[in-house]
Design a protein around this ligand. Structure first.
Ligand code: ZN
Length: 433
């Protein structure tokens, strides 16, 4: 995808092309109701995993760590005051939507779960990945996301959007899920989640996910502090308030133990179109495939006889401080190695620059992410509130990869051996049982 902007900013736009997909029919809707209840009882007796706890995992795409303190996020802040908060949630590399969401969901680095960017190619296959491709071709995906882990261990997972949650992992889909469609109104998403949570205890899902992309979209187009971004924060903040109010009421009226965790996948940096690097000015020698990832450009060697060294020298001599060619040490520090998607040469820029075809002319692009976690603006946020979470705890820093083991502990699930983190500092948000 040559247009960096489309690869980055228009997650919604791409998915708008999909038809509105009704909720997937649950197989057991066809089974008589009594049987469902009987199965539910058996499942809850067998499901040693069931602690009666539910986790609602909500992602606010592009909600930068410091938005939490902005006036527009007042509901999020007052909810957080009843629970725990991570000030800066550090991101995997690259700090992009699909890699980040899948790292939160699987506990694995992008090079382990396979989705190393929103758009990328691989040296071992001729086709390339684009956002949401796992649904039709799950061979791009690896790892066991939380919703699959729940289902494998006898529970029920219900997803109302999360990147690739409509794709089969280990040949399974969540009991309830929707194919992504950015046009579905926020209140409809929240209402469906509330309906799932209000189910009788034996049918209530252990895990529910919910996803909002509006803050990311607005901040890409207008910038992280633009009025449109502030309005987007207000809108999501209001939806979160509605959701939390419903959770509190179900918890008190039905004696449920529903917990809420809010996360984001990355932050956002202000960018300056006057400084954009026109990808048309970069070399495109025969025998290489060149892929623009907005914050970096990757060259994949397609012909074994091409001269990598001379392309590297050419890129270095053209840079003039505008980009840096990533060394194997850089890649290793970012856990971005040993995967056929990594490519053979990567050049990376820093804010306020991005790579874009045509440079910065006539472009509505004022915010970007994808830079390494050392760029402070890339940090995400996390809020956790509910019966299983500590009250009033503020953790200065944790990592996206800490979410998976902590969620698994809350739900009493056994985790796969290959996950990266044991929960690290994030374990402190859990209340002792
Ligand atoms: Zn984005």
């Amino acid at each position: 995808m040559a247009g960096s902007y489309s690869a980055e900013a228009s997650l919604c736009y791409l998915f708008r092309l999909h038809k509105l997909t009704p909720i997937q029919p649950r197989a057991n809707r066809l089974i008589p109701r009594l049987l469902i209840i009987a199965l539910g009882l058996v499942a809850s007796l067998w499901g040693a995993a069931s602690t009666g706890q539910t986790l609602v995992l909500v992602s606010i795409d592009g909600f930068r760590w410091d938005y939490f303190d902005w006036p527009q996020a007042k509901n999020v802040r007052s909810i957080a005051a009843q629970g725990s908060r991570v000030t800066k949630l550090r991101t995997v590399y690259p700090s992009k939507t699909f890699p980040g969401h899948l790292s939160i969901a699987t506990g694995l680095h992008p090079t382990q779960h396979g989705v190393i960017d929103n758009y990328f190619c691989r040296s071992d296959r001729s086709d390339c990945y684009s956002m949401g491709k796992g649904r039709k071709d799950p061979s791009w995906l690896a790892g066991i996301p939380l919703w699959t882990l729940v289902e494998q261990q006898g529970g029920r997972a219900s997803t109302f959007f999360w990147p690739e949650s409509d794709a089969p992992f280990a040949n399974r889909l969540p009991t309830d899920y929707r194919a992504f469609d950015g046009r579905v109104p926020h209140r409809e998403r929240v209402q469906q989640v509330v309906d799932w949570l209000a189910l009788p205890a034996e049918q209530r899902p252990e895990l529910v996910t919910l996803y909002f992309s509006i803050v990311d979209s607005a901040s890409h187009t207008y910038g992280p502090a633009a009025p449109a971004t502030l309005s987007a924060i207000i809108e999501v903040d209001r939806q979160i308030a509605v959701l939390w109010q419903a959770i509190e009421s179900i918890n008190s009226q039905q004696g449920a133990d529903i917990n809420l965790m809010l996360v984001s996948d990355h932050g956002m940096s202000e960018v300056n179109p006057d400084l954009f690097i026109d990808t048309n000015t970069l070399p495109r020698p025969k025998g290489f495939k060149r892929v623009n990832g907005s914050t970096r450009v990757t060259y994949y060697q397609r012909d074994p006889d091409v001269d990598i060294d001379s392309l590297e020298s050419e890129l270095d001599s053209m840079s003039d401080g505008r980009w840096k060619r990533l060394s194997s040490l850089d890649l290793s520090e970012r856990h971005f190695e040993n995967h056929p998607g990594v490519g053979d040469i990567i050049i990376e820029t820093a804010p306020p620059r991005v790579f874009r075809r045509g440079g910065g002319q006539d472009v509505n692009l004022r915010g970007m992410h994808g830079y390494p976690a050392t760029v402070e603006d890339m940090a995400a946020f996390l809020v956790a509130v509910g019966p299983s979470f500590q009250e009033g705890s503020v953790i200065p820093e944790a990592h996206q990869l800490d979410v998976y083991p902590v969620a698994a502990t809350l739900l009493d699930l056994e985790v796969p051996d290959n996950i990266v983190s044991d929960g690290g500092p994030l374990r402190a948000i859990l209340r002792a049982r």
